[in-house]
Ligand binder design. Structure first.
Ligand code: UDP
Length: 561
């Protein structure tokens, strides 16, 4: 197998390789993949599977970089922590007891490399009565700051910075304070924010009528707001800082596989997994750039990777231990998995389709349909061997399957660095750049360099010139068809970002974590339009990021920072 590149080696050394009590690294990257494969394959013993053969298959799958599970699995499998999931949602009820229980649970989850999402919608608004003390309530935003500082402290000791998603319903009386909370620099820096909207809000918006803001403690209507004004406020805040994003709760709950367990109100930090309180999800991503040969998708290889990937994730679920008993119970009930893809742009280059084209949208849809169908075939086979997930009887699934969900598109912020591929389904950010923290190591898109050499326009001087640039569209000697294949996030219009996200969402059980990039010159109204389009496209949630906006984004945190 090919040696791992310098980026992978550096990332693994900094954060992933096992260390002794003195902090010294005690394994090689190869040993890491053996540790993880051996640990996950242990699950096979319980179901009469072949442990050794499966271990060898898992090792090859990961070491070849065809597929990687989420970071907590790579870090913790076969270690004392043994917590393998990246995505959690915790409940927050309207009591100090509940709030501070959740603070403690958050600390435990962050310590093990997981990220947490919460709906703060049940908390009584600022200024409401507090019976016990006879005082006044401080409201959701002020309690979010307690979670934020907990995360801040935990990250000093952990291997991975904890991340949070704070969700507030658009009908909460504190919604304006929530929307503008991150305008002040440095506030809630460990949070992504999302406003939860439902059809009541959107219908009011469309018909030009006011909607109700309700105190969740009493159920009383506190006042009415113009939905147009609230959407404008959300768009203005997103224009400035990238926060808040938006969730479409009705769309999310249409796909809730076990509605009898409750209505979903929140997602994990980057939005790809809508979950009930105490659910957790283990993610894994297929490296698409390694699934094309001579300009064609290698469908057979892709099928095998997806099948083995689902098996690996289901085994990981079996082997994972969770820091809180309630999570253990929920996870065993629904067995939620999130298999997704990374290196989508790499694959587009390999098959010769520009990111900004109708063909790319069609290709994305066909590709994800295949991955999704095969993921379900695999989950069905596992159900035959191991039994369906326990809540299956009350679920929306007609046939027995092993998992309530199988697919999600994660940002792959770190694992795409290990795999040296374009992240998730995003367009590349640039073609050649320097990671200064990597001792000034220059990183180049190898696909671009190969094409430049093949087509005879390669020169070290050209690479110098395009270095650290976020677009190569105005470089005269690069042929147009090559320019088209290497469009960056910056070149791709907002509408196309949305169309690609929608094409994937159509074939994903969970959700798609994606940033819709807009140029610096975009107006607040442009951002409002994007929110409207996102709803029309049937997205479950979304984030807009304006080039040059204050970037305090929690998503895509790089371990190289
Ligand atoms: N996550 C986190 N802290 C981080 C990055 C990620 O808690 O610094 C969690 C979060 O729930 C996120 C999920 O991990 O949605 C997946 O993120 P990503 O795909 O970037 O993780 P990777 O497996 O590449 O490290």
């Amino acid at each position: 197998m090919r040696p791992l590149g310098p980026i992978a080696t550096t990332v693994l050394h900094r954060r992933y390789l096992k260390r002794d009590s003195q902090g010294a690294v005690v394994e090689t990257p190869d040993e890491l993949f053996h540790r993880v494969a051996a640990n996950l394959a242990e699950a096979e013993a319980q179901f009469g599977g072949d442990v050794d053969a499966t271990e060898a298959q898992f090792y090859r799958l990961m070491r070849s970089l065809d597929f990687l599970p989420n970071s907590p699995t790579l870090m913790n499998a076969g270690t004392d922590l043994q917590q393998l999931a990246a995505c959690f949602v915790l409940p927050i009820e309207d009591s100090l007891e509940s709030i501070f229980t959740a603070v403690k649970q958050t600390a435990l989850i962050h310590q093990s490399g997981g990220g947490t999402g919460f709906s703060f919608s049940n908390l009584r608004p600022r200024g409401d009565v507090v019976m016990k003390s006879g005082g006044v309530a401080s409201g959701p935003v002020s309690f979010m700051k307690v979670f934020d500082s907990t995360t801040e402290q935990i990250k000093q000791g952990g291997r991975r910075r904890g991340a949070n998603m704070g969700v507030l319903d658009v009908s909460h009386p504190d919604i304006e304070e929530f929307i503008t909370a991150k305008r002040e620099e440095g506030v809630l820096r460990n949070f992504n924010l999302s406003v939860a909207t439902d059809e009541t809000f959107w219908e009011a918006l469309e018909s030009g009528t006011a909607y109700n803001l309700v105190n969740p403690r009493t159920g009383a209507v506190v006042r009415q707001e113009d939905p147009e004004v609230i959407l404008g406020l959300i768009a203005a805040a997103a224009w400035e800082s990238g926060d808040p994003g938006m969730l479409f709760l009705d769309r999310i709950n249409e796909d809730n596989p076990v509605p009898t367990l409750g209505r979903i109100e929140a997602t994990n930090p980057c939005g790809e997994v809508p979950e009930l309180p105490y659910e957790a999800c283990i993610l894994g991503s297929v490296n698409l750039g390694q699934h094309a040969e001579r300009g064609e998708v290698d469908w057979e290889k892709l099928r095998e990777t997806v099948h083995l990937g689902i098996r690996l994730l289901d085994d990981a679920l079996e082997m994972s231990s969770f820091p809180i008993p309630e999570i253990e119970t929920m996870v065993r009930k629904t067995r939620r998995l999130g298999l997704g893809v990374m290196g989508f742009h790499d694959m587009l280059v390999d098959v010769g389709i520009p990111y900004d084209s109708d063909e790319a949208v069609e290709f994305a849809s066909d590709l994800m349909e295949f991955v999704h169908d095969e993921a379900w075939v695999a989950s069905k086979q596992l159900a035959d061997e191991r039994g369906p997930f326990p809540a299956w009887v009350e679920s929306t699934h007609e046939n027995p399957v092993r998992n309530a969900t199988t697919t999600a598109i994660a940002p792959t912020g770190t694992i795409s660095l290990i795999a040296n591929c374009s992240s998730s389904i995003e367009p590349i950010y640039n073609v050649a750049y320097t990671k200064h923290v990597l001792e000034g190591l220059e990183i180049r898109n190898e696909r671009f360099v190969d094409r430049a050499k093949e087509r005879g326009f390669y020169s070290p001087e050209l690479l110098q010139r395009i270095h650290d640039r976020t677009s190569i569209q105005d470089v005269p000697e690069i042929p147009d068809d090559v320019k088209q294949l290497f469009q960056t996030a910056h070149d791709v219009p907002a509408e196309q970002h949305l169309r690609i996200q929608a094409a994937f969402q159509e074939h994903v059980d969970n959700a798609v974590s994606k940033t819709v990039n807009v140029p610096q010159s975009a107006s607040v109204e442009d951002i409002e339009d994007i929110f409207h389009s996102a709803r029309r496209y049937g997205l479950k949630g979304m984030t807009v990021f304006r080039s040059g906006a204050r970037a305090e984004q929690v998503l895509g945190d790089s371990p190289l920072k």
